[in-house]
Design a protein around this ligand. Structure first.
Ligand code: ZN
Length: 700
């Protein structure tokens, strides 16, 4: 978890593959074998008009594969039913992964329109599989022997997952209810897409145009240069433009001494999707919630949370509320003390206004300077993006023996993306990695990892992964290379942790999901290395002089680790509670009003007015258009694991080979293939405890 304004460390999981036996169709690169190095998608050859026909063909192919399973005259067994089902639809998955990844990272109106057409089609196809009673008969048949046959742990997990998936998808429902469920799924697929499109349009719509130099007071030269370049791109030469993209809005809120302008941009930020116009998301939220409740009830759950959580490590809402409440209790007093500290600074400057939410980042930066003599601008020159990347590569090499080599002339979906071949300690191919680092109008905000292809075995042969990390980091300016804030550095390590998970995956079957409360363990644990003095010495070098970051600066960074944690933890917890409050509703109250619900939830929690939930409802993409509905708590749950897990490294040494091997074998390579707590305790030798988390956040 990161203390940045838009820490959308969001994970998309698409299970894809490259099946060499797929149909050859002329003139549609999506339907031909990818004739590219490492069979990455042939991005330059794929045109928008290829998607729809490719989806249609792939769905027909997948339907035929299902038909073959259903009509198989042989009695059902693991191979001819569960395995066959798992390996079906591979082409469809492959096309989906290309299309939906690009719709996130490099979209346009045409792709968005195609998404709204193909999403319901894919949803309908999935329903057709998982509501197919004949197919379920075969699955049930195999499932009934699950304890008597000699399955591997992964096979057993797959079998149970597969069985549950049918039941959860409504296979046992009478026909009219099945039809209703199909309609709900179809509507949800469109509504969740629309939600995300509105947020993207809102991110791109707002501009704070500054034409007087005095309105730039407080801002660093790098920030001013970046704003001048944004203005130039918008044909507003000679002016300065700030946007709601993270690298633009964050430094403005941290450093601009113009309180009115801070208020203006912060209000724009927290009202995205809440402007009562065509981009407003309030009605969409009500519709999504209503449909999710109806769906949960149809398949036998009290609410959406209960429906989701049976698949997560936490299992029940109560266990999550217990964790959140425990941390909330420790956090709120800290946040209140922080308010007092910031109020004191305001007073010491001769002002007597009350601290507002749009003041927080500005005064907390001052506080950081006062308390730790640490200025973000002083640190940034040591975090040249290129150096940070090399640092992450080195950490990955020291821990897991991986090597990274940039490949030129590889297919790319945007010139900004860089491509690397990843090899293991003896030089064997491990996977391909795409890095796409800078914001643009066609890219969703935040940072995430995704795959164009996940690792699995096909006929015993390894299908190697194609992993992609997409961020919105500070860009280079005319005078300087891309220099990261420490939050951005942490985000990079975080997403890279997801990347390592998927690069080091070593599973047999495609498609086993990893829930948010476990999947954030490999990512969050990587953030720990970013701040270790031994590691900082390796990568934090001044971009001009090459000088290694001075020890006193490292000390200050380490010492300030607990800084502003009342704020950071509160805003995160507020969003987590909001998510659960929505999704534990058993029915939508009459005259349901999103803003009123959100306000009441925050009031009930006791959130202080100086802090705004990290995501307000109308731009909370994790839960309304991503895969984290009733799962936003997952960052904290996983932090309990990662803080506890990193203790193991601290005990033995942060590059201890045995610990790294155990983490790799039990967590990175196997996540999803077995009971998650079992995997964890196999690595750690004991159950996780919350102590390390509280200590790390300075809450204990
Ligand atoms: Zn993450």
């Amino acid at each position: 978890m990161k203390n940045i304004l838009l820490p959308l460390t969001f994970l998309l999981i698409f299970v894809v593959s490259c099946n060499k036996t797929k149909h050859e169709k002329m003139n549609n690169p999506l339907l031909e074998t990818f004739d590219t190095p490492f069979q990455v998608p042939p991005f330059e050859k794929i045109k928008a008009e290829h998607y729809e026909p490719a989806f249609d063909s792939a769905i027909i192919m997948a339907k035929n594969e299902i038909k073959t399973i259903v009509e198989n005259p042989s009695p059902a067994n693991f191979e001819n039913t569960i395995e066959a089902l798992t390996y079906s639809g591979i082409l469809l998955n492959e096309i989906s992964s290309v299309f939906f990844n690009l719709n996130e990272a490099n979209t346009n109106d045409t792709l968005q329109e195609i998404a709204s057409i193909v999403s319901p089609k894919i949803t309908a196809f999935q329903d057709e599989i998982y509501m197919n009673e004949k197919l379920f008969e075969r699955v049930k048949n195999v499932y009934s022997k699950k304890d008597s046959l000699d399955f591997t742990a992964e096979q057993k997990t797959l079998l149970e997952y597969c069985y549950r998936n049918f039941v959860r998808s409504g296979v046992n429902l009478p026909a009219p209810q099945k039809e209703r469920l199909k309609k709900i799924n179809s509507e949800l697929s469109v509504l969740t897409l629309k939600f995300g499109e509105n947020v993207l349009a809102e991110n791109n719509r707002y501009k704070l145009i500054i034409d007087k130099k005095e309105d730039l007071a407080g801002l660093s030269q790098t920030t001013i240069d970046a704003a001048a370049e944004t203005a130039k791109e918008m044909k507003l030469d000679g002016k300065w433009v700030f946007t709601l993209h993270n690298p633009s809005v964050t430094p403005f809120l941290q450093y601009s001494s113009n309180r009115e302008l801070r208020k203006e941009i912060q209000q724009a930020y927290i009202n995205r999707g809440n402007n009562n116009d065509s981009l407003d998301n309030k009605k969409i939220i009500s519709q999504i919630l209503e449909l999710r409740i109806e769906k949960a009830k149809l398949v036998g759950y009290a609410n959406h949370s209960e429906y989701v959580l049976t698949e997560n490590m936490a299992k029940t809402p109560q266990r999550i509320f217990d964790l959140l409440n425990k941390v909330w209790k420790a956090t709120l007093p800290v946040a209140k003390r922080e308010v007092e500290d910031l109020q004191k600074i305001i007073k010491s400057e001769g002002n007597n206004f009350k601290l507002e939410a749009y003041d927080w980042r500005y005064y907390s930066e001052k506080q950081r300077k006062l308390k730790y003599d640490l200025d973000e601008e002083q640190v940034k020159p040591y975090f040249k993006l290129e150096n940070v990347k090399q640092g992450i590569f080195t950490v990955s090499h020291k821990l897991y023996g991986l090597n990274f080599k940039e490949l030129n002339n590889m297919p790319k979906y945007h010139p900004d993306a860089a491509v690397y071949e990843v090899t293991d300690s003896v030089g064997n191919h491990q996977g391909i990695l795409y890095l796409d680092m800078y914001p643009r109008a066609s890219k969703r905000g935040g940072a995430w990892m995704t795959t164009f292809r996940s690792e699995y075995k096909l006929n015993g042969n390894k299908v190697s992964p194609v992993v992609s990390i997409v961020c919105n980091f500070s860009k280079p300016t005319e005078g300087a290379p891309a220099l990261l804030t420490f939050d951005e550095v942490s985000t990079f390590f975080h997403e890279f942790g997801h990347g390592l998970n998927y690069l080091l995956y070593d599973v047999t079957y495609p498609g086993l999901p990893v829930p948010p409360d476990f999947v954030e363990l490999p990512s969050q644990i990587m953030e720990n290395w970013a701040v270790e003095p031994e590691v900082l010495n390796m990568y934090a070098k001044h971009y001009k002089t090459g000088e290694v970051i001075p020890k006193e600066l490292v000390d200050k960074i380490v010492k300030s680790g607990h800084f502003n944690q009342g704020f950071a933890t509160s805003e995160y917890l507020a969003a987590s509670f909001l998510d659960l409050n929505y999704h534990t509703l058993g029915q939508l109250p009459e005259n349901f009003n999103v803003l009123e619900f959100e306000n009441n939830a925050m009031k009930k929690l006791g959130l202080i007015p100086e802090i705004v939930s990290r995501y307000r409802s109308t731009y909370f993409q994790h839960i309304f258009s991503g895969g984290y509905s009733s799962g936003y708590y997952g960052y904290l749950w996983a932090e309990m694991l990662d803080a506890d897990a990193f203790e193991a490294f601290k005990e033995k040494g942060i590059f201890d080979k045995t610990t790294a091997d155990a983490f790799r074998q039990n967590i990175l390579a196997k996540s999803g293939t077995e009971d998650l707590l079992t995997l964890y305790t196999r690595f750690r030798g004991k159950n996780p405890v919350i102590d390390a988390l509280l200590k790390r956040r300075g809450l204990k």
